[in-house]
Design a protein around this ligand. Structure first.
Ligand SMILES: Nc1ncnc2c1ncn2[C@@H]1O[C@H](COP(=O)(O)OP(=O)(O)OP(=O)(O)O)[C@@H](O)[C@H]1O
Ligand SMILES: [Mg+2]
Length: 413
């Protein structure tokens, strides 16, 4: 049976995955299909094209304790453009990631897609008759606020008492089944895993972190400090600005400090939601914050330039407002941990869009803690810092099998 190592960051906005070192990112959405009679199965000559865009084309059903609703689902661009109701993480609901179908759906779909893609790469054909099987060492995460009540049960659902989860592709003449068995599973706190991503950073990545840090301290305050110094600091505050949450992850003496860490149940998605309702009031036909996010973060065409500029402006007003909300929340966190923190990291997809409104406010707050304290704010570019959680999770996942082996040997001895 094929064995893989997987880090999965199932974000409110985007799934970030790292499977055997291959990183993927796609929107955290699906649609349920209630009418599948009209689908034509793909012909043999279309399968290569399908595989190259599998995440955006797959049509899947699931049999797993992680997924209650058994309709066939579409993903990615096909989901977004289907006109059907989107299944999204509800950033306002009380039900968290550990309880909704979407987490399981996205996790299993990502792994199944990887497995089928890999099989096709090697064989240039679909599996003849029997199922594809894969065993997985998985590290994934829950928001800090959800971890304590839900992490244990969530992990058990993946482990499923040693039984496999089943994913079925419906894109072809015959269904293709992928059987997924989770052998080792680790659930971390979001934001905690990002800190691991920083700790394990090497070479070019370390240089980048250092460059980003130094560039915001023009008076040379950080000149004697290396990238390694920053990422190995023992007492840190990580501010992970996601789409639905902002996680404040505190490390003290090099260890994740769950008492001091917290989650705020708003993220950059709140900016998008407010922009969306403004635009809808004005008669714009946008339906989801995902549609809006894709519009904003992709370069406009000559035809959409004017609309894009207008949307950007509306969005900027919301960013400014939200920058105030975040900095006042940061103030609260500071009054708890400001005394012992040595380095602050700011990262996640919302970091760069909010930087113009947020960075200065953070600096003012830090200055209140005294001038002789050098407390650098390492503000990291979203383009790569959105992936810190998944990179940390992948590092953790790679260590699961050896650790389990050591534990077994220790029990024997
Ligand atoms: N280059 C980019 N591509 C896509 N989205 C981006 C980009 N830069 C910033 N964003 C914004 O970042 C947000 C998503 O950030 P991120 O991927 O860190 O969140 P998440 O992990 O999915 O959410 P959460 O942490 O709340 O679960 C989106 O709201 C999006 O608008
Ligand atoms: Mg996130």
């Amino acid at each position: 049976m094929t064995a893989i190592v997987a880090g999965l960051d199932l974000g409110n906005g985007y799934v970030k995955s790292n499977i055997n070192s291959l990183v993927r990112v796609f929107p955290s959405i699906a649609v349920k299909q209630f009418n599948t009679a009209l689908h034509t199965p793909l012909g043999d000559d279309e399968i290569g094209t399908f595989m190259n865009d599998i995440i955006n084309q797959m049509d899947l059903s699931f049999s797993s304790p992680l997924v209650r609703s058994t309709e066939r689902r579409l993903f990615g661009e096909r989901a977004l453009k289907s006109g059907l109701n989107l299944e999204e993480f509800d950033v306002y609901a009380r039900i968290g990631k550990a309880e909704v179908d979407l987490s399981g759906v996205l996790a299993l779909a990502t792994i199944a897609a990887d497995r089928l893609y890999d099989y096709y790469e090697q064989n240039k054909s679909l599996p003849a008759s029997d199922k594809l099987k894969v065993k997985v060492d998985l590290a994934t995460a829950l928001p800090i606020g959800e971890y304590r009540p839900h992490a244990k049960l969530y992990r058990q659902k993946y482990l499923n008492d040693g039984m496999p989860h089943m994913v079925t592709f419906h894109n072809f003449e015959r269904p293709v089944h992928v059987e997924i068995l989770f052998e080792n599973v680790y659930v971390a706190n979001e934001g905690e895993s990002a800190q691991y991503g920083l700790m394990f950073a090497k070479d070019a990545f370390l240089d980048m972190i250092h460059r980003e840090a130094v560039k915001r301290f023009p008076n040379g305050e950080l000149n004697d400090i290396t990238g390694k110094d920053l990422v190995t600091a023992k007492n840190t505050l990580g501010i992970d600005i996601g789409e639905g949450t902002i996680d404040f992850a505190v490390f003290s003496n090099g260890k994740f400090n769950s008492d001091a860490s917290s989650t705020m149940n708003q993220g950059y998605g709140s900016v998008l939601e407010s922009t969306l309702s403004k635009l809808q009031e004005e008669g714009y036909p946008y339906k989801s914050r995902k549609e809006l996010s894709e519009l904003i973060h992709n370069a406009p065409s000559p035809f959409t330039k004017k609309k894009w500029t207008y949307v950007k402006n509306v969005n900027q007003a919301e960013e400014n407002r939200f920058g105030d909300v975040v900095s006042s929340e940061v103030s609260k966190v500071f009054s708890r941990v400001g005394g012992f923190i040595e380095v602050i990291f700011v990262f996640g997809g919302g970091a760069t869009p909010l930087e113009w409104s947020l960075f200065e406010k953070l600096q003012q707050r830090v200055a209140e803690f005294g001038d002789d304290n050098l407390l650098p704010i390492v503000y990291l570019d979203s383009d790569f810092s959105r992936f810190l959680n998944v990179q940390g999770l992948y590092q953790v996942a790679q260590r699961l099998r050896p650790a389990a082996k050591r534990k077994k040997q220790a029990v024997k001895a």
